[in-house]
Design a protein around this ligand. Structure first.
Ligand SMILES: CC(C)(COP(=O)(O)OP(=O)(O)OC[C@H]1O[C@@H](n2cnc3c(N)ncnc32)[C@H](O)[C@@H]1OP(=O)(O)O)[C@@H](O)C(=O)NCCC(=O)NCCS
Length: 170
């Protein structure tokens, strides 16, 4: 894993979020909608993951009294499999529980095997299928999890080699 700075987004993040959307989705979220949300903080909470000054991922969460709803999550392709999404989900998990939520839900494309595996690793389970949930007609799978999520950071041997130096003796 690599440690990312997780922070709330503001109006200055628009360009980075649009770049992530177009790199990650065939039907990206509409720019005016993201721009409106960033300029008018409301129920949709935008958080970003930054590594060495580059915004490499972001997510969007909304919360009701008892449940939170993950509305979006994306990491730039070249920064995947480094626990960036895991760190964003950890922040959303904490925010949700601070607000008194005891569960989280989300929708994912039925064909999105990678994301479904990712969410399963956090403890999400199948709830139901939403027919033609997406604009192109694809079904959405609704997943739910109790909170806290199963957040487990795992270091790989190459992380160790890259980031941790064994102190030399003498
Ligand atoms: C899904 C997505 C957000 C995951 O981001 P990520 O930063 O690569 O995920 P992480 O590195 O935090 O993954 C943590 C765990 O998820 C699982 N996982 C993530 N990507 C995986 C992949 N390509 N294959 C298998 N398992 C995967 C693994 O269990 C992984 O743990 P491990 O590294 O110890 O094996 C990213 O692939 C993405 O942006 N996809 C395109 C956009 C998208 O589909 N968003 C979801 C919309 S609902």
């Amino acid at each position: 894993m690599q440690i990312a700075d997780i922070d709330f987004c503001g109006p200055g993040d628009l360009a980075s979020l649009i770049a992530i959307e177009s790199a990650c989705f065939k039907t990206p979220w509409a720019t005016p909608m993201i721009e409106y949300d960033l300029n008018n903080p409301g129920p949709a909470i935008y958080m970003k993951a930054v590594m060495k000054g580059v915004t490499v991922g972001y997510g969007v969460l909304s919360m009701s009294e008892t449940a939170s709803h993950l509305m979006n999550l994306a990491v730039l392709p070249e920064f995947r499999m480094r626990c960036v999404a895991l760190q964003l989900m950890s922040a959303f998990d904490e925010l949700s529980r601070l607000r008194g939520c005891d569960r989280m839900r989300l929708e994912v494309r039925s064909s999105n095997v990678v994301a479904r595996k990712f969410y399963a690793s956090l403890g999400f389970v199948y709830s139901c299928r939403e027919k033609a949930y997406y604009a192109d007609g694809e079904d959405g799978i609704v997943l739910v999890s109790r909170l806290p999520l199963k957040i487990e950071y795992r270091m790989r041997p190459d992380d160790f080699d890259k980031h941790i130096q064994t102190p030399s003796r003498g």
